[in-house]
Design a protein around this ligand. Structure first.
Ligand SMILES: [Zn+2]
Length: 697
């Protein structure tokens, strides 16, 4: 079975190698012609000095250095001098290298972070006007050249010469038996397992910023949408960014009994036209044109809701957007592919995402998603939704969000309680030791952790930034209004505090700082969600968690996870298609993407939502600008159920939190086994869904 799954991938990869070999001009040069001779000279010389026992270590080390050595690093004599001078022939020297690199890399990371925090201060915090030069400071990356420097000064080669590179397979299969020190060594070498030329990084950054910009300006002016009766369903000035705002507006309209459904259907039509690119180019981010998305008919805006006049040269043409969406995505792919040849251990973006960033093989991730989407529970959840809505389901119910039971407190009541308790960031900061005690952290630990977290008033909604060396504070950024925090801000602050506590524990209390952090971002989100769910308890209010509302929450989790899993499957298939068709045009890619989206839909949603051949799953903007990041979201949901269940089972959040976080950045499955006894998987969520259905049915 496994071989069958792997086979197409292997075939694609070998084709790709042939393709790159034929077309590359500025390639990582083949090994220098002198390398083999130098290596055998050194082998004879150094083994005489240190003994045959060092043979494997030396040969592997020289090969690892040779793989990255370029002409500008020096000739045969320079290579030989380097190896002679830096090969650790005994354990004492090897220990010294490890210890020194660990502590100095921590110093560099922490110091660079300190500078970055200072450079971003004016744009991140609520501190008054931002001048153009403030933005330049904020976008200046002081550490951008460190990797280049480490190869130029050969410190990277010192690591490659003395510590083994590991494959994902080794980390997964042998990692369980490794010592903590071996894990730390593996992480040290991973830092230097790529040497990407500045020109390639620049091309990648350009593609990234072009796609960011394309997405950031993709607004639809909703007042200018007309239905078949010429009615405007949406209010003036409502400008929605695709896809986030469109989707959230759709969700919000479940509560609108007047014309909610009509608005939702119209949003779906707009989304379809974005995916298939039949959207007239002139309506994108333009309040001066009225548009009927059903007939695609355009007229000059009959009413104005914008402060700006139309551009003098604006022409109302019904030319569709010229497949720009797919051209930009294609450009992401072409830029990513430039990295491939410099990334010998993961020579495609797909492998870099799964094997390096997530460290869960793609086949396993796909299996988990298919397990969720293909679960027989989905039909039962859909049945619950149908009952709650009192109508047959349609494709738009992909985003059904009405599982919440009405809370005991209104938002206004909560706002009042929060703003009285927390008028300033300081007031929140002072209450943190108490919060952490309430969450089950032992007293002294609670004080120590809270003492490491700064609370600052952010401009945006909130974020958490951890220290990168011991003793460096973690920062909780949250929104505080003039009259104090509101409930939404508090809820986000509690979420961010979860990140900060994880950051504090896994940097300050861990055995090796090279293992600081978590296996991937999904894990720190899991911690943050657990905190966030307890926000009412922290306010001293009755969270009123009865069996019913718990069950609804579980179904909500499932329905959201199923949706984002299906979207992720589309994203994954799309990248495979791109690697299979590197010469494709934007039009060909569009056609393929629509087919992929339909196939995934037909497999999982057609029977639940009453329609075949829907390609809505292709609407996510992340696909265009996040380079295969989407699968992190469903993995995050699955992980967070596993972590939450374990804490519930243990009857304590704080103690379990610390025990889990202290594992640090090891392989995800290993981490999860240590935390809960099972690897990362969908079982916990499916069990919770089954239990919830039992309660509700
Ligand atoms: Zn978060």
């Amino acid at each position: 079975m496994k071989n069958l799954i792997n086979l197409p991938l292997l075939v694609n990869l070998s084709l790709l190698f042939i393709f790159t070999a034929l077309t590359t001009t500025d390639s990582r040069a083949a090994h220098p012609s002198w390398l083999k001779d130098s290596m055998s000279r050194l082998e004879k010389e150094l083994l005489t000095k240190y003994g045959e026992i060092r043979k494997d270590q030396l040969i592997r080390g020289m090969k690892q250095v040779g793989d990255f050595w370029r002409e500008e690093d020096g000739d045969a004599a320079a290579f030989e001098d380097f190896v002679r001078g830096n090969f650790a022939g005994d354990e004492k020297v090897r220990d010294a290298i490890f210890t020194r690199f660990q502590s100095l890399l921590e110093k560099i990371d922490g110091s660079m972070h300190e500078i970055d925090i200072a450079l971003d201060r004016q744009t991140d915090l609520n501190l008054g006007p931002i001048y153009p030069f403030d933005r330049v400071f904020a976008s200046y990356g002081v550490s951008a050249h460190i990797m280049d420097d480490f190869f130029t000064n050969k410190l990277a080669f010192v690591v490659l010469l003395n510590f083994p590179q590991t494959t994902l397979e080794q980390r997964l299969n042998e990692g369980e038996k490794w010592t903590r020190r071996q894990w730390a060594e593996a992480r040290l070498v991973q830092r230097f397992s790529k040497r990407i030329p500045a020109s390639v990084n620049l091309a990648l950054a350009r593609a990234g910023s072009a796609s960011d910009q394309y997405i950031a300006d993709y607004n639809i002016w909703m007042y200018h949408l007309l239905d078949n009766d010429g009615e405007r369903l949406f209010p003036p000035r409502l400008r929605l960014l695709s896809h986030w705002n469109l989707r959230d507006e759709l969700k919000a309209n479940y509560e609108n009994s007047k014309n909610g459904l009509a608005k939702q259907r119209m949003i779906i039509k707009v989304m379809e036209r974005i995916v298939d690119q039949t959207i007239p180019a002139v309506v994108i981010n333009n309040p001066h044109v009225d548009w009927n998305p059903y007939t695609n008919k355009l007229t000059a805006a009959a009413v104005s809701d914008s402060d700006e006049d139309p551009a003098a040269d604006m022409r109302i043409s019904d030319d569709p957007e010229p497949d720009t969406r797919y051209r930009i995505w294609l450009d992401d792919f072409l830029a990513s592919r430039m990295v491939d040849e410099y990334s010998p251990t993961a020579p495609t973006l797909i492998e870099r995402r799964f094997n390096e960033d997530r460290e869960i093989p793609e086949e396993r991730v796909r299996e988990m998603f298919e397990q969720v989407c293909g679960s027989p529970l989905a039909a039962r959840v859909a049945q619950v939704i149908r009952k709650r809505l009192g109508r047959d389901l349609e494709p738009l119910d992909l985003w059904y969000n009405g599982f919440r039971s009405t809370g005991k407190y209104t938002e206004a009541e909560l706002d009042k309680i929060v703003s009285e308790k927390y008028p300033t960031p300081r007031a929140y900061k002072d209450d943190m030791p108490r919060f952490l005690r309430l969450l089950g952290f032992p007293g002294e630990k609670a004080d120590q952790i809270a003492g490491n977290i700064l609370v600052e008033a952010a401009r945006g909604s909130g974020h958490a930034s951890g220290g990168e060396m011991r003793g460096q504070p973690a920062r909780l950024r949250t929104r505080v209004n003039r009259d104090g925090m509101d409930y939404k801000g508090f809820n986000i602050a509690v979420h961010e505090m979860g990140h900060n506590v994880e950051q504090t524990i896994s940097m300050n209390f861990i055995d090796h700082t090279l293992l600081g952090g978590v296996p991937n971002t999904a894990f720190t989100e899991a911690f943050a969600f657990v905190f966030q769910e307890n926000d009412l308890m922290l306010l001293g209010l009755d969270p009123q968690e009865d069996e019913q509302s718990e069950a609804l929450k579980a179904l909500n989790d499932f329905w959201m996870t199923m949706e984002i899993s299906a979207v992720s499957l589309v994203d994954m298939e799309a990248w495979h298609w791109l690697y299979d068709h590197p010469q494709a045009t934007a039009a060909q890619f569009k056609k393929a993407l629509i087919k992929i989206a339909k196939d995934v839909w037909n497999r999982y949603y057609a029977s639940l939502l009453g329609k075949k051949d829907v390609y809505l799953l292709g609407i996510y903007s992340h696909m265009i600008h996040s380079f295969l990041y989407l699968p992190d979201y469903p993995i995050g949901h699955l992980i967070s159920v596993q972590v939450r269940e374990q804490m519930q089972k243990a009857g304590n959040i704080g103690v379990e939190f610390e025990r889990m976080a202290l594992q640090g950045n090891i392989a995800p499955d290993l981490w999860m086994k240590g935390a809960t006894g099972s690897p990362v998987g969908a079982e916990a969520m499916l069990e919770a869904t089954e239990k919830a259905l039992w309660v509700l049915e």
